[in-house]
Structures are given as C-alpha cells and as structure tokens.
Design a protein around this ligand. Sequence first.
Ligand code: NAP
Length: 287
Amino acid sequence: MTTPPQTVAVLGTGTMGLPMARNLIGAGFVVRAWNRTRDKAGPLVADGATVHDSPGEAAQGADVLLTMLYDAAAVAAVAPEALDALAADAVWLQMSTVGLVGTEELANLAATAGVSYVDAPVLGTKGPAEQGVLTVLAAGPEEIRDRCAPVFDAVGSRTVWVDGPADGGTRLKLVANSWVLALNEAVAEAIALSERLDIDPAVFLETIKGGPTDSGYAQVKGASMIARSFPPSFALDVALKDAGLILDAAAAAGVDMAVTAAVQRHMARASELGHGDEDMAATYYAH
Ligand code: NAP
C-alpha cells in the first residue's frame, strides 16, 4: 500500500515562498497556497497547487504548515487561524526570519494550538530557492525531525539541525546573516572608494579574484554595484529588517556589533533614497 502524499499549506509566496512551493510540488507534495496579494500566488496553479482566499482555508486539513512571510508580525497575524485548521498531529515549519523575540512569540502560538513548532529559517537567496538548494537551519523536537526531512529536502540541499535551545535555528540564522550583511556592506564600501579614487572597481574585483580575501559574494554583489543593476535577490528592506533583528539579539547578549550598526544606518539611508525594493547591494547608494 502506498502512503498518500503529504499536504503542505504554504503561507507567503514572495521571492522565497513561491519557488519553495514550486519545489515542494516537484517533490510530490500537495501544496495549498495563500498569499496576502493573491495574484502573486497565481502562477503556482499551473504547477499544480491550489490557491486559497484565507490562511485558514489554505491550512484546512494540511499535514504541514510552512510560513515564509516578511516578519514576526506578519506571521503572528495569520498563524492562529491556520493552526486551528490543520490536521491532527500536524507540524509547523516556521521558515521566515523573525528574530529571537518573534520566535518565542510564534512558538507560544503553536503551543496554545497544540501544534509542534520547528524553528527553521533558511540561508540562501532567490536563486538557491529556485534551485532547491537552500540551507535549512532547524531546531525542534527530536521525535518529529524525520517527518520534516522530506520537506526540507525539497526546498534545500542541506539541513543543519541545531541541538540545544528551541530557537537554535534562529540563533544560527542571525549569526550567519550578520556575516552576509557585513560582506555585502564591505563590498559596497570598497567599490565606492575605488570609484572615488579613480580606480576602476572592476580592476579591484579582478585583483582580489581567487585570493584568500575573495568571495562569491564580492564578485556577484560587486558586479551588480558597478552596473548599478539591483534586481532583488535579497531585498534591501528585508535585509534592513534583519539587521534590526541581529542588533536586538546582540544587545540582549551584550555584544557590540559596530559593523551591523553601520550596515543598518547605510541600508536605512539607501531605503530612504527609494531603493528598498531593490537588492541589498543597493546599500551602495548610501556611500
Ligand atoms: P518578500 O518577497 O518581500 O515576501 C514577503 C512576503 O510576506 C509576501 O508574501 C508578503 O505578502 C508577505 N507579507 C508581508 N507583510 C505581511 C503582512 N503584514 N501580512 C501578511 N503577509 C505579509 O520577502 P522574501 O524575500 O520572500 O522573504 C520572506 C522571508 O524569508 C523573510 O522573513 C526574509 O527575511 C526571509 N529570507 C529571505 C531571503 C532572501 O534572500 N530573499 C533569504 C533568507 C530568508 P504580499 O505579497 O502581499 O506583499
């Protein structure tokens, strides 16, 4: 006897959620999707998903709830009605980046509803989401990890289970994002300095290429800055939100994050200049 496919309710089909939903369908899951702006979920119908009018309708009878929304407030606004509609023994994979305070709030909602909560933010931007090669940073009860694996394997190429604190996925995500944001900012600074010193910035990128201080990020984001072309892979306003989450966690833990504080200041300036919907590489405009 074959097991029927698992049903996943995907709430949030933005830059990340849409390709993740598509990869779940490709892996054989039944996907029930909802997005605040319904039109953005529309393309999934051709892939075989159903698109629903409300989070509760999308979650009706689902085995897995997957949230991929902007922030904790957005998730908290829709989670209760979805949690109430899930199948008995369903699990909630919370994959949005919501910080430590947000994770505690959402885990409490899950506990109230009696649903198992897995803290599972991801590393990787739009391209890796489309290719199904995200890195999932997960924390959650040992006994439900096997059930999560097929979902994580559909959207990612690697799952790092963090033992210890229930919010370990988010803790690791904040650490990793502090690194990503710092790299992006350092590239912007070097490109801007290079241009103002009348050194062709392409020559700077060529000079570091292949050496110990090179990185894929330097080459990709640097080329984007030189071309002043910023199609959103990781939107600047989303990255700005993450800088705030990192600084909140750092303040609570007593770490002086001077680099992330500078990232936040520059990204806020670039956003004020109208670049919030562009890729975070547009922090270049703050220099
Ligand atoms: P996005 O394209 O801006 O999508 C955001 C999603 O949140 C959309 O579905 C949006 O709905 C929804 N949303 C925003 N505010 C809402 C509200 N108040 N109520 C209900 N829905 C709301 O962002 P994304 O890049 O996919 O990011 C999603 C999450 O993944 C974020 O937590 C982000 O930090 C994280 N993340 C992103 C990346 C990346 O590289 N992009 C990488 C790792 C993690 P509408 O369509 O109606 O606006």
